[in-house]
Each structure stands twice: as structure tokens, then as C-alpha cells.
Design a protein around this ligand. Structure first.
Ligand SMILES: Nc1nc2c(c(=O)[nH]1)N[C@H]1C(S)=C(S)[C@@H](COP(=O)(O)O)O[C@H]1N2
Ligand SMILES: [Mo]
Length: 173
């Protein structure tokens, strides 16, 4: 009996932790810095004021191939438009080829994009910092602000929940 009680206590504390995790990681603002002329602090409100996009429906596909979600729409701002606003600082046009963007979440999850991928391929038009999904503001399990690269073959990995930082960097040779 004692054991059962103990197991129940441990199990319930584990479940409680699960719930707390998204609350703990949820972000209200995203900082854009690194090699930019204008450091930005983005909130849901400031993103809503920027010129934005609303997508059509897309499945969210994990690296394993498993379909995690069928999303009707995302609403947000293109990453390339945010970077244009922040104004990437370079000393020559050739240096743009060395620019990459770190996209970092509050749980330590992180992905990268290259300058050319964003500004010089069609994929770049569908990399979106979003604050609404299926016409609703994001819940704490992924929001308040997140990012997705919609046209990746498997778009789960570059679906970044709890977005916290966007950092512009240059390859150092
Ligand atoms: N911040 C953060 N974002 C993340 C992850 C994560 O662990 N942390 N996991 C990724 C993975 S592997 C997938 S498949 C998608 C979908 O995860 P979900 O079903 O938990 O929303 O989110 C991605 N985004
Ligand atoms: Mo995944």
C-alpha cells in the first residue's frame, strides 16, 4: 500500500511538471540582434502591426515522417521582412554569402538559416515568425511566438516553439 501511495505521488508530480514546462518556456517577446543596425524586440502586438501573411493549410511533419498536426493556417511575419527591418550590417555585398541566422528557443532548441536561403530562394518567402495558428493566438505549449519554415520537406525540425532570439552572424574565416 505504501508503495502504491509513493508511486502515485511520484507519478502525479511528473504530470504536474509536464504542464509547468510549457508555461516555463512560453515567450512574450523575441529579440533580434547580432549584425544588425537596429536591434528589435518583437511582441505579438508589434508583429501584428507589421505587414504580415496568413498561410493556407499545411501538415507538420516530424523528421521521422510522422504527421504531428494538420494546420489550417498560420499568421505572422516573414523572417526576411523582420531582418530587412533590423537591417543586416555588412561591409561588402560578397559578405552576404557568409551571413547566417540563428533562431533560438527558450528551451535551448535552435536552428539556422542562411542569408541566401531566405533572400534568394522561394523557400525564404515561407519562413514565418507566427503568433496565430488556426485563427487563434498560440497556446503556451508553443507560443506566444514561434517560427516555421513551411516548405521544408520535413517541416517539424524548423518549427521552433517558444521563440526567444534571432541572431544574425557571419562565418569567421
Ligand atoms: N523549442 C522547441 N521547438 C521544437 C522542438 C523542441 O523540442 N523545442 N521539437 C521539434 C520537433 S522534433 C517537432 S516534430 C515539432 C513538432 O513538435 P510538437 O508536436 O511537440 O509540437 O516541433 C519542433 N520544435
Ligand atoms: Mo520531430
Amino acid at each position: 500500500m505504501k508503495h502504491i501511495v509513493l508511486i502515485l505521488i511520484i507519478a502525479s508530480s511528473l504530470f504536474a511538471k509536464e504542464g509547468d514546462i510549457s508555461q516555463h518556456y512560453a515567450t512574450n517577446k523575441v529579440v533580434v540582434d547580432g549584425l544588425v543596425a537596429k536591434k528589435l524586440i518583437l511582441t505579438v502586438e508589434s508583429l501584428e502591426k507589421m505587414s504580415g501573411v496568413k498561410t493556407g493549410s499545411t501538415p507538420l511533419v516530424c523528421i521521422s515522417g510522422e504527421i504531428k498536426d494538420e494546420v489550417k493556417s498560420y499568421e505572422g511575419v516573414k523572417l526576411k521582412d523582420i531582418l530587412a527591418e533590423a537591417d543586416i550590417v555588412i561591409s561588402s555585398k560578397r559578405d552576404l554569402n557568409k551571413i547566417y541566422i540563428q533562431v533560438i528557443a527558450s528551451d535551448g532548441y535552435a536552428v539556422i538559416f542562411s542569408y541566401n536561403e531566405l533572400f534568394n530562394t522561394n523557400n525564404g518567402d515561407r519562413v514565418i515568425v507566427f503568433y496565430k495558428k488556426n485563427n487563434q493566438f498560440l497556446e503556451e505549449y508553443e507560443g506566444k511566438i514561434a517560427l516555421i519554415s513551411l516548405d521544408d520537406n520535413k517541416n517539424g525540425p524548423r518549427h521552433v516553439k517558444w521563440l526567444e532570439k534571432i541572431v544574425v552572424k557571419k562565418i569567421d574565416l
